[in-house]
Design a protein around this ligand. Structure first.
Ligand code: SF4
Length: 382
């Protein structure tokens, strides 16, 4: 334990997986005796957990880190650590180290579980630390955890992704799929449910539907059934689903188990088969619509949400209109629409037919305006 009360402050960028990993960073810091601070200026250890999925998130992280320069000049004793998907890329880590000489510790997603050790080394006088490894494993699942998401317990069921969508950097910064054992997952949920606080359990993974396929394990549908069989008053959700892997069995579990939340986030990305093929999504507009039909037939009150990427390389006006028509046909409960942004190291980065920013802007706004209308008319129909 620390003799004087020391504080930490973590800034998290990106998805729920990062939010959950920040719970692990907090858990490790509290094991060392730190307590959570209210802001950066009062913190002794400042952590940035970065995202590399979209350009905007990465730029925001860089801006936030850069703004620490003055604070660190005044208080050189403060420790600044940067981790996450951005720093899992060695070139980015090295750039950060060179650009921001006041950053003390840099490490990637594969080293997360070693954070406590890095911090202790720095406190013991070691100079700036940059750790990088390509050894993706499940060690991060065994570290201390401080749950910070209200009544919801995030539960990681797997790490990594095998899909290699051509715009996405996740398989490079999170490695290939690695499922946790179902026994371990069930134990973690039972433990979380011991207190009366948690009324919601959300299973996390880049592609939860392929849970268990990388090892001798039960299927995702079976895992859901086992979780629903646990005692307690709680609801179960999950994210994210890949449409090519969502099985009828999983839809049946959602339909039949009272504990399952009646909601599915099913990223479609585009309504054009040409663009879906270029994205390497491995499903078609038709097969996607078939899944939506099955969900609506089996679970009429199911909330269905999606992600859309507009302006993917080669997306013509006609391709974009196919996305618009899909939005009109499905009438999602909500959409998350993004403009395509190049990610270094991905296949799409080098594709021809990059779409100008102003066209992407127009398209994303059209999707958002349409979705607003759809939501309004759904509300009126109720
Ligand atoms: S399924 Fe595609 S978009 Fe999702 S994490 Fe894997 S590669 Fe990225």
């Amino acid at each position: 334990m620390l003799a004087v009360e020391k504080r930490y402050f973590i800034t998290t960028f990106g998805c729920q997986l990062n939010v959950h990993e920040s719970e692990k960073l907090a858990g490790m810091l509290e094991e060392l005796g730190y307590i959570e601070g209210n802001d950066i200026s009062s913190a002794d250890v400042i952590v940035f957990n970065t995202c590399a999925i979209r350009e905007g998130a990465q730029d925001r992280a860089i801006g936030n880190i850069g703004s620490l320069k003055k604070i660190k000049r005044k208080h050189p004793e403060k420790i600044v650590a940067v981790c996450g998907c951005m720093t899992q890329q060695l070139s980015e880590s090295e750039w950060l180290k060179k650009t921001f000489p006041f950053v003390d510790i840099i490490f990637g997603t594969s080293n997360l579980y070693e954070f406590k050790d890095f911090l202790q080394r720095r406190l013991a006088g070691e100079k700036r630390i940059l750790e990088h490894s390509e050894d993706f494993n499940l060690e991060g699942e065994n570290v201390a955890l401080k749950r910070t998401s209200g009544n919801n317990a995030w539960i990681n069921i797997m790490q990594g992704c095998n899909n290699f969508c051509t715009y996405c950097i996740v398989p490079y910064v999170r490695g290939r799929e690695r499922s946790r054992s179902s026994d371990e997952i069930l134990e973690e949920i039972k433990e979380a449910l011991k207190g009366p606080k948690y009324t919601s359990v959300t299973l996390l993974g880049q592609n939860v539907n392929s849970y268990g396929q990388d090892r001798d394990e039960i299927s995702f549908a079976e895992l859901l059934r086992k979780i629903c069989a646990l005692k307690g008053n709680f609801k179960v959700g999950f994210m994210t689903s890949h449409p090519k892997d969502l099985t009828s069995e999983v839809i049946d579990v959602i339909a039949n188990e009272d504990k399952m939340k009646k909601e599915i986030h099913l990223p479609v990305q585009s309504g054009s088969n040409k663009i879906l093929a270029k994205m390497n999504r491995k499903y078609t507009r038709e097969s996607y619509l078939k899944i939506v039909k099955e969900i609506r037939e089996k679970i009429p009150d199911c909330r269905i949400t999606t992600d859309i990427i507009v302006g993917f390389p080669g997306e013509s006006e006609e391709d974009f209109e196919e996305t618009v028509s899909l939005l009109k046909e499905v009438k999602f409960d909500d959409i998350f629409a993004f403009m395509y942004s190049k990610r270094k190291g991905t296949v799409a980065e080098k594709m021809e037919g990059q779409v100008p920013e102003e066209i992407k802007n127009k398209r994303v706004n059209k999707c958002l305006a349409l979705q607003k209308e759809i939501k309004r008319s759904k509300l009126e129909d109720r």
